[in-house]
Design a protein around this ligand. Structure first.
Ligand SMILES: [Zn+2]
Length: 314
């Protein structure tokens, strides 16, 4: 059995991943359970620990890290609010898990733990400055500066999805206008496509949705593009251009050695990556662009659980 294992817990809206992870970010034992969104948070946490107790390495673990989507206070370990888990309001996750496990517990939001996971899995712990961007329903970000997670003075650093790329653009959930999330967040993207199809006809998208455009998802657009649909490819080009503008800001701002893209829409990379790189080439500083590697994560489903475990090592 490897030495110095930590327990990582990644609580998502549909699945919860639990794993013991070694000091280099390698998973030793793991389990996945479905998320019962209607259960009381305390019961969900008890179920998670019951699963973890079945690991043969459980008794050796000293530290536990937890990642969850939403507004999480790292200092207190309280989940104030989670968009996917409506029952999770002001849940004292750190306190509850400390009692249940008698181990040292750390809790953070999913974007921060994904960045830590990317630092270990994509960068093998060798990156100095890494930015991780989660492209999902929303757009999340996590910043690793000088090999450490950067939280900012009140803990909200890395809210990259709410960087403005159109000062007079569409209203965003956060109160601002024209955030990158209003262009490439899955829900906004679906709305954009519904509009776009008013002037652009796609037989493939019509066939895949039965003309019910509310069913449009990034996965469906990828499927349409893969079968050669011109409109779907055009939409991914627009997404790539918007992401390119956004990533140019990130590159000029933080001069990272690596940008890791993960989340649902990253699977369409062959249709948007080219346009991201074109925008960056014309917008960002040359030396910063040359020094920056942009990758779509190969480890997407493990970033959270590995990041959570590695968070607890800090
Ligand atoms: Zn916003």
């Amino acid at each position: 059995m490897p030495k110095n294992l930590c327990l990582g817990i990644d609580i998502g809206g549909t699945r919860i991943k639990v794993a013991t992870v070694d000091p280099k970010g390698v998973i030793f034992e793991e389990s996945i359970i479905d998320t019962n969104v209607n259960a009381k948070p305390i019961n969900v946490l008890k179920d998670i620990i019951d699963v973890a107790k079945k690991f043969k390495s459980y008794s050796k673990i000293k530290n536990v890290g937890v990642g969850i989507a939403g507004d999480v206070c790292f200092e207190t370990g309280i989940v104030r609010f989670s968009p996917n888990l409506k029952k999770w309001k002001n849940v004292k996750v750190k306190e509850i898990l400390t009692k249940l496990t008698r181990k040292k517990v750390y809790v953070d939001n999913d974007a921060n733990i994904a960045a830590i996971g990317a630092f270990w899995l994509e960068g093998k712990g060798k990156s100095i400055d890494l930015v991780c961007i989660t492209l999902g329903t929303g757009v999340g970000g996590g910043l690793i500066f000088d090999k450490k997670l950067y939280r900012g003075v009140s803990g909200t650093a890395g809210e990259l999805g709410h960087i403005t790329i159109d000062a007079y653009g569409k209203k965003c959930n956060c109160g601002n206008r024209g955030c990158i999330e209003t262009f490439v967040g899955a829900r906004h993207l679906s709305e954009f496509v519904q509009d776009y199809l008013k002037d652009n006809n796609s037989k493939m998208i019509d066939k895949l949705t039965n003309k019910n455009y509310k069913l449009i998802t990034p996965q469906l657009l990828t499927q349409a593009a893969k079968s050669g649909d011109r409109v779907a490819k055009e939409i991914w080009k627009i997404v790539g251009q918007k992401l390119g503008v956004f990533l140019s800001i990130i590159i000029n701002f933080s001069n990272p050695d690596t940008i890791v893209l993960c989340g649902g829409i990253s699977h369409a990379k062959e249709y948007f990556m080219k346009y991201i790189l074109l925008e960056i080439k014309t917008r960002a500083f040359k030396s910063a662009t040359k020094a920056c590697k942009i990758v779509v994560s190969k480890y997407a489903s493990n970033l959270g659980v590995v990041g959570a475990a590695m968070l607890s090592r800090q």
